[in-house]
Design a protein around this ligand. Sequence first.
Ligand SMILES: C[S@@+](CC[C@H](N)C(=O)[O-])C[C@H]1O[C@@H](n2cnc3c(N)ncnc32)[C@H](O)[C@@H]1O
Length: 446
Amino acid sequence: MLVEEVFEGYKRQFIETGEPVSVNFRTLVPDMKSKERFTHLIHSYPAKLLCNIPYYFLSTTDLFCPYEGFVLDPFSGTGTVLLEAIASGRNAYGADANPLAILISKVKTTYIPKDELLDTLSAILTRARRDHSVFPPDEMIGEWFSESTINQLHRLEVSIGKVRKAKQKDFFLLCFSNLIKKVSFADPTISVPVKLNPNRFAEGSERRESAQFRLKTLQDVDVYDKFESICMLNIARVDSLKDLDKRVSAEVISNDARNLTRHLTGGELLDDGSVDLIFTSPPYAGAQKYIRASRLNLYWLGTKESAAIRGLNDKNIGREDYHRAQTLQRIETGISAADAVLENLYSKGKAERACIVGTYLNEMKAALDESYRVLKSGGYMILVIGNNTVSGISFNTQDYLTTYLQSKGMHLEFKLIDDIKSYGLMTKRNKTANTISSEWVLVLKK
Ligand SMILES: C[S@@+](CC[C@H](N)C(=O)[O-])C[C@H]1O[C@@H](n2cnc3c(N)ncnc32)[C@H](O)[C@@H]1O
């Protein structure tokens, strides 16, 4: 069956039953089973979108977006949608509030010839190995890396800084960032930096011994060697982009979904009605700490001041750290079902939770307004989103966002639901994400 017919079937079923159509994206797109696809694995990041989902929608001819049309992901994270868009022959725009995410998206969608990268890599390593400068003590990172690692990271940072070609410099900065957690004392199984603690595991257990061994080897690790291996893997990944259609390209145009500019440098706004399709997986309220999770990476990528990190966090929709004074202001969203939940939270003395989810919804409304503005009339908006539970109360984010978009005149074509609980893969995420157990795909038309 043609994929267009499958989507027609979803639409019919949704109209007939009024219920979201149950799907499993991992099995729907069987030819995506192999894990490596282009540059998707070039850098880790919390809550990446399953690439099967945009791939599936974009495998239609012109149902959702014509070839060489424009797809926008206003919360583009690591650029999963951007890459699938260019791989399917569409242009892509992205926006993200996290500079690390912007860097990943750019590098992920930029082809650079292998030979050029190999030459530059060799120059970077030679310069770094010859450098004997010492990094001045800094409390912020002293506890996360050994002294020898800090000095090697510093020399690599200086050496990469000397690369003149901007695209190449970004590529090596990304590989450098990829290295940071691997040579730090942070627990590799936790997304936000938390010190690896062998005492968490039972005495004499294999896990305790392996944690102790890891901490010992990290005292004296050859950072340059590790950097080189990461670069070699990523050079091969970037090389896989060489056969993509050269008529289309991807660009990150903004660092705030609420203000979509033509270019990342700011200035003029992206034109009204200039985008064919919006495809995004927005943040959830309080579910992922994107800036905190990237803190060590951002430090080595140049954001060394805590105030600058706080500034980035304040722009992050879904953040959960508010001053007490902020939590005392009563929030309303104008979405009655959500306001009823807020009322319930206030009545139970949970003003902080109410502030987190209420601010989240109001900021998401502003972002959706901006997406709506740039979407063509007749264009689709596809949102992949879960629900969370807040202080034991279900917070039906997908329902509130649907209601809001309908109030703007958008038509709900259909909803899909993917029960991610059943994969048995999501335990870690469920823990950090307040038991997000289903993912919804909302398909609306302007
Ligand atoms: C669920 S993630 C997107 C993941 C992405 N689809 C991927 O596959 O990597 C949500 C993203 O929204 C970003 N974000 C939060 N607030 C934002 C804002 N005001 N403007 C743009 N992006 C924002 C976060 O930094 C995060 O990268």
